[in-house]
Design a protein around this ligand. Structure first.
Ligand code: MEV
Length: 298
């Protein structure tokens, strides 16, 4: 069975597209896929009830992404790939990357191709590029490799170590957004006001560097404060919505150590950091429908 994890960016989204570091985690929720030799190439996606064939000039990104993945194999029989998606789409949890990783993983298994998870992450970039144009690579990397890690474009992933697990509570606003559009909006802001946006990215980098130390030291109170500050900097680039802001505020008032939007923003998910497992369960109720807990060990 092929598997691609969902991911949560703890700090550094958007800046990471421009070469700055980010810290992200892989979560156990993701996409499972299975590939079998068949008469024709076909991709089925449940629970969406979607069925499609590869088409490199297709109108649907999924048709083009599937074609790009299949073209990356030199020799293979026609394949039917069935994937089960456990993540909301367009919600900042790396759904598209997780589908790409799971599909590639399933095809590798079906044809007996062996590669490391890092190689699988690299291979999944052909899929991600169809959706996001200029992906940093953080989504497909965390989807394939998992754990808690510092990611910087073009550099080897740096796994972070700590003896204290992170208790994350992920809340879904129910609003979906397009990563491509949100990344384009930040690029426009950068072109129009380079000094302001560069200063914001520099600020985010400082938060990321301090968060790395806080995670390694198990200082989740400090980490929570850094998350709140990163949320403010993302809001200053107009990536937050009223609903997401209210959810972050509600989580803080209910005792979260910190809360922020995660991923592309403009909708999608936020997450809160809880001090311990029981707190996480309580915060999940505060964050309402679609909220779930992810415990991640570094
Ligand atoms: C999307 O999950 C994260 C962004 O930083 C885009 C990227 O890294 O490619 C917004």
């Amino acid at each position: 069975m092929g598997f691609g994890r969902g991911k949560v960016i703890l700090l550094g989204e958007h800046a990471v597209v421009h070469g700055y570091p980010a810290i992200a985690v892989g979560i156990e929720r993701g996409v499972h896929a299975e590939a079998q030799p068949a008469k024709h190439d076909r991709l089925r996606l449940s629970p969406w009830g979607l069925e499609l064939e590869p088409a490199s000039d297709g109108t649907e990104p999924l048709e083009r992404a599937f074609a790009a993945v299949l073209e990356s194999y030199e020799e293979r029989p026609p394949l039917e790939v069935s994937a089960t998606v456990e993540l909301p789409a367009g919600a900042g949890l790396g759904c598209s990357a997780a589908i790409g990783v799971a599909v590639l993983d399933a095809i590798d298994e079906a044809i007996g191709r062996r590669r490391t998870r890092a190689e699988l992450a690299e291979a999944a970039l052909v899929w991600e590029r169809v959706f996001h144009g200029n992906p940093s690579g953080v989504d497909n990397t965390m989807s394939a490799v998992g754990g808690v890690a510092l990611f910087r474009r073009g550099e080897p992933l740096v796994p972070l170590r700590s003896n204290k697990p992170l208790h994350l509570v992920i809340g879904y606003s129910g609003e979906s957004s397009s990563t491509k559009e949100m990344v384009a909006s930040v690029r426009r802001q950068l072109e129009e006001d380079r000094a302001r946006v560069t200063q914001t990215f520099d600020g985010i980098e400082t938060l990321v560097r301090n968060a790395k130390l806080a995670i390694e030291a198990g200082d989740h109170v400090a980490l929570g404060q850094l998350l709140d500050l990163n949320h403010t900097l993302l809001s200053s680039m107009m990536l937050c919505t009223t609903k997401l802001d209210a959810m972050c505020q509600a989580a803080r008032e209910a005792g979260a150590l910190g809360a922020k939007i995660t991923g592309a923003g403009g909708g999608g998910c936020m997450f809160a950091l809880a001090a311990k497992r029981e707190e996480a369960a309580r915060l999940k109720d505060v964050l309402g429908e679609g909220a779930f807990v992810a415990e991640v060990s570094a």
